[in-house]
Design a protein around this ligand. Structure first.
Ligand code: PLP
Length: 395
């Protein structure tokens, strides 16, 4: 038995060594006290003392609540609080119903694995998040990818799918996590209508950032910002990014909620979120309504960042992004990593995204601009990147 365990651990070490030789070894790294240009805490909610106090107060008011959910929502984990928070979310996201999942990863797996059945077709943008890809892999539907944001390619695939019969589903992100660009949601909704396809939108990076109000200050996401909520079957909102807490919800028609309660395995076969997390989700949404300046600040810092990029790094290549996710393309893993290291040396939390996570030749620094980043920090970051690029990569 011991010999078997040794030979398996040896195999695992060998596999890791190959990964290391290829420069791909992932390691956990703490970046406390660094200037944050990495996290998805776009509005600074995760560090907000107001939000922390509100959550603490809510916990006190619910002092009798259990520390854990103690079971799946279908068993002991169901609470009045969970139903109440879901009703609040449905109202906030301007739809009939919401169903909370333990994370965005779980929500996407659940949704994509159970909605399209055998004989149906699932069309996915080639750049969708790993959680949607994994969910799609678990589905028995016919699956095809269309080129990123390419409506003509999608239409070709919709035409082919409509000849095969079955229901058609199209899955996209509203703000793409690795490029920061936006999906053409209006045009996608038009195409979906034309081919009677159901549109599924992952709003992970739009939640809290875009929404109704002149500066998107209500934060319900890009679908609501464009008034498309009645033309999208399901939206996935995650709460671990701009909302600064944890968990996610799928929002849409009431029948979708019932369907997911019956068929979404990551909802059925897991212990539900504890009351503390539900209260945190409620408080974070209340914070969005109270702190209406946050999006304005984010927009201001983002505009400053874009303006300084033109001044300090005019020759650099960026993805086509207007969102807080700004990606500097530095082809080759080693070079991307070397430039990130230079920024880290002066205390900037900047991470390289390497191939195969992104395509070869599209390795990058994924920089996130936040409402709390100062103009000085932005200047320092862009200056160190300029110097590092000159050193490691002729601009
Ligand atoms: C586009 C997108 N969808 C879903 C997720 C998963 O969300 P969560 O972190 O809540 O699991 C992420 C997180 O990285 C994401 O970027």
């Amino acid at each position: 038995m011991l010999t078997l365990a040794r030979s398996i651990t040896h195999t695992l070490s060998e596999r890791l060594a190959v990964y290391q030789q290829e420069g791909l070894l992932r390691q956990l790294r703490t970046a406390d006290n660094f200037v944050d240009f990495c996290s998805n805490d776009y509005l600074g909610f995760a560090r907000s003392s107001e939000l922390k106090t509100a959550i603490r107060q809510a916990d006190t008011t619910h002092a009798n609540a259990r520390t854990g959910a103690t079971g799946s929502r279908l068993l002991a984990g169901q609470t009045v609080l969970a139903d109440e928070v879901e009703q609040e979310l449905a109202k906030f996201y301007q739809t009939e119903a919401a169903l909370i999942f333990n994370s965005g990863y779980d929500a996407n797996i659940g949704l994509l694995a159970c909605l399209p059945k055998a004989g149906d077709t699932l069309l996915t943008d080639e750049l969708i998040h790993a959680s949607m890809i994994d969910g799609a892999r678990l589905s028995y539907a016919n699956r095809h990818r269309f080129r990123h944001n390419d409506l003509a390619d999608l239409e070709t695939k919709l035409q082919q799918a409509s000849q095969q019969g079955g229901q058609i589903f199209v899955a996209v992100e509203s703000v793409y996590s690795m490029d920061g660009d936006l999906a053409p949601l209006r045009e996608l909704a038009d195409l979906c209508d034309q081919y009677s396809a159901a549109l599924l939108v992952d709003e992970a990076h739009a939640t809290g950032v875009y929404g109704s109000g002149p500066n998107g200050q209500h934060g319900q996401g890009l679908v609501v910002a464009l008034g498309l909520q009645d033309r999208v079957l399901a939206r996935v909102h995650t709460f671990g990014k701009a909302l600064g807490v944890h968990g996610a919800a799928v929002v849409g028609p009431a029948v979708l909620r019932s369907y997911l309660i019956n068929f979404a395995r990551p909802f059925i076969y897991t212990t539900a979120l504890p009351p503390h997390s539900l209260l945190a989700i409620r408080c974070a949404h209340e914070q969005l309504k109270i702190n209406t300046n946050a999006q304005q600040m984010l927009l201001q810092q983002l505009n400053y960042f874009r303006q300084q990029v033109s001044a300090i790094l005019p020759g650099a290549t960026w993805t086509n992004s207007q969102s807080p996710i700004q990606c500097l393309i530095i082809p080759e893993n080693e070079k991307a990593r070397a430039v990130a290291t230079e920024a880290q040396k002066i205390g900037m939390d900047v991470r390289a995204i390497l191939s195969p996570t992104v395509p070869v030749g599209k390795e990058r620094l994924r920089l996130c601009v936040h409402a709390f980043n100062t103009t000085d920090e932005i200047d320092q970051l862009l200056t160190v990147l300029q110097m590092a690029l000159l050193k490691n990569y002729s601009l």
